[in-house]
Design a protein around this ligand. Structure first.
Ligand code: HEC
Length: 95
């Protein structure tokens, strides 16, 4: 009985690790996109102030920047990252 519950805990533990790893891989994508795309033409700070604003507001801002000659990659994904910023994205703003 003791052995069984130890095994159960081990399995749960492994499950959490695998889960945490796959989440952080996704975080990295947002962090990477944000850091590379948004600091290319101006300070990253500009985007930091607006993290969490609605998707529509982001779309409008992207259109505005494109009107000024910007060419931004992976917009749909970036908009998701900016609309619901994860801890990694927020952390890149605190540097
Ligand atoms: C290819 C260049 C380019 C890239 C890449 C870029 N921007 Fe901009 N951005 C601009 C230009 C041009 C302006 C307008 C001129 C200015 O204010 O410097 C601007 C202005 C802004 C502003 C101020 C808008 C206002 O109302 O004054 C914010 C906020 C902003 N960008 C956020 C971002 C974010 C977030 C990203 C990443 C998704 C990003 N930018 C990527 C070119 C770019």
């Amino acid at each position: 009985m003791v052995k069984n519950s130890t095994l159960l805990i081990l399995v749960l533990f492994l499950f959490f690790i695998v889960n945490a790893l796959s989440v952080s891989a996704e975080d990295d994508k947002c962090v990477q996109l944000f850091n590379t795309n948004c600091a290319e033409c101006h300070e990253l700070d500009r985007g930091c102030e607006l993290l969490g604003q609605s998707k529509q507001e982001w779309e409008e801002l992207f259109e505005f920047m494109e009107g000024m000659g910007a060419d931004i990659d992976q917009q749909p994904l970036l908009i998701d990252c900016l609309n619901k910023p994860d801890e990694g994205v927020k952390a890149s703003c605190k540097k």
